[in-house]
Design a protein around this ligand. Structure first.
Ligand code: RB5
Length: 145
């Protein structure tokens, strides 16, 4: 199950992504926001991250205007590795090397066509493990620092 959420800046991109998810029978849960009325991106980040940490969802998508605020907020939460990706190489390698569990997009930075391509590679690339597991473990230990 994929968790998806956005602030007011990401509503239109989220709608396009949901069309893609539905067309491809990818199960998702939408954690809002649902209108362009102003809201605070940390509130949405928490909902999506909680769904991942409770194992209701295994991966997530977060969208705000730049993708920066919402990914920064998500990365404050234990267990979350959110990657802001606006290019194909990053979307692929953050799965291979960082075992990212959230991809973040800036709706004012990229269009829906590219975002959907990036989401597709993110969802279909497995973590390599091995030496990267050691690094991910060290990174996650920083949560206690
Ligand atoms: C909202 O105007 C905007 O600040 C937000 O969507 C995001 O870009 C923050 O990083």
């Amino acid at each position: 199950m994929l968790a998806i959420g956005c602030d007011h800046g990401g509503v239109s991109l989220k709608k396009e992504i949901i069309k893609y998810l539905e067309a491809n029978s990818i199960a998702y849960k939408d954690f809002g926001t649902y209108t362009e009325e102003s809201c605070d991106y940390p509130d949405i980040a928490v909902k999506v991250c909680d769904a991942i940490n409770s194992k209701e969802c295994d991966k997530g998508v977060l969208i705000c205007g730049t993708g920066i605020g919402i990914s920064m907020a998500a990365n404050k939460i234990h267990g979350i590795r959110a990657a802001l990706c606006h290019d194909y190489f990053s979307a692929k390698y953050t799965r291979l090397h960082n075992d990212s569990n959230i991809i973040a997009f800036g709706a004012r930075v990229i269009g829906p066509g590219l975002a959907i391509e990036l989401l597709d590679i993110f969802l279909n690339t497995e973590f390599e493990g091995g030496r990267h597991q050691v690094r991910v473990d060290k990174m996650m230990a920083l949560e206690n620092k």
